[in-house]
Ligand binder design. Structure first.
Ligand SMILES: *[C@@H]1O[C@H](CO)[C@@H](O)[C@H](O)[C@H]1NC(C)=O
Ligand SMILES: *[C@@H]1O[C@H](CO)[C@@H](O)[C@H](O)[C@H]1NC(C)=O
Ligand SMILES: *[C@@H]1O[C@H](CO)[C@@H](O)[C@H](O)[C@H]1NC(C)=O
Ligand SMILES: *[C@@H]1O[C@H](CO)[C@@H](O)[C@H](O)[C@H]1NC(C)=O
Length: 195
């Protein structure tokens, strides 16, 4: 073998070595999604079905307002359906209907007036609870609220903490609307299945 051929062979081997090692590195990357044992996340247990009843205090006026308009309604579509209104809320959830009764959590989120012909709200809410084993856990709901109907149903889309993998629904009943202040009191019954 001439020195030139030896050199060429040497570089060829060197190149093959790098190609081999770099492709080996790519193969060693972990897979993005992997099945795991459901026991690892406590999902082998029987689900618990719970009913939570609380009162949603939508305080829109005065110094202690917790429901704040972020986008004002656009009257050209309809002067009374509030189409376009967006309110961000940090409403207290009380154990009884009275605003002075014990606060058991808060409803954080927003609602949007989404109809040009009636008062329909799209509700996006995360309920964070303060009581006992539920302290710091959330139930999250998203859905359509035809505000003037007697009973409305909104899906539970999930939860966190105690409520991981939660599913269920919330029933809403308006108990009081104060035409002067604009404040609204709504009873929430949340039926939720979780493990
Ligand atoms: C606002 O909150 C403060 C402190 O909790 C309370 O003293 C006051 O009465 C409240 N005002 C109204 C109008 O509810
Ligand atoms: C505007 O909304 C109200 C309900 O808030 C409804 O009664 C009325 O029919 C609507 N008007 C039009 C033109 O859709
Ligand atoms: C709410 O609670 C306050 C103070 O605890 C009380 O004065 C008031 O009468 C109660 N309102 C109702 C409707 O029970
Ligand atoms: C809830 O958790 C917070 C923060 O972890 C803690 O400060 C608070 O005392 C707890 N409340 C109850 C009722 O356990």
């Amino acid at each position: 073998m001439t020195p030139q051929k030896t050199l060429t062979l040497f570089f060829f081997l060197l190149l093959s070595f790098y190609t081999f090692t770099s492709s080996a590195t790519i193969e060693a990357e972990p897979a993005f999604g992997n099945p795991i044992d459901q026991k690892l996340l406590g999902q082998d247990k029987e689900p618990t079905l719970s009913h939570f009843k609380f009162y949603w205090q939508d305080i829109v006026g005065g110094p202690n307002a917790t429901s704040i308009p972020i986008v004002q309604p656009i009257p050209k579509f309809n002067t009374s359906s509030s189409f376009g209104l967006v309110r961000v809320i940090d409403n207290v959830l009380t154990i009884g209907p009275n605003l002075t009764s014990k606060v058991i959590g808060r409803a954080q989120g927003f609602y949007v007036s989404v109809s040009e012909t009636e008062l329909d709200l799209l509700m996006v809410e995360s309920f964070v609870f303060y009581e006992g084993r539920y302290n710091g856990s959330t139930i999250d709901i998203v859905g359509r609220n035809v505000a003037l109907n007697k009973v409305r149903e909104i899906p539970v889309v999930g939860g966190s903490g105690v409520f991981r993998f939660a599913k269920g629904y919330a029933e809403l009943r308006t108990l009081k609307f104060d035409a002067v202040s604009g404040d609204t009191l709504v009873q929430y019954d949340v039926f939720v299945s979780h493990r």
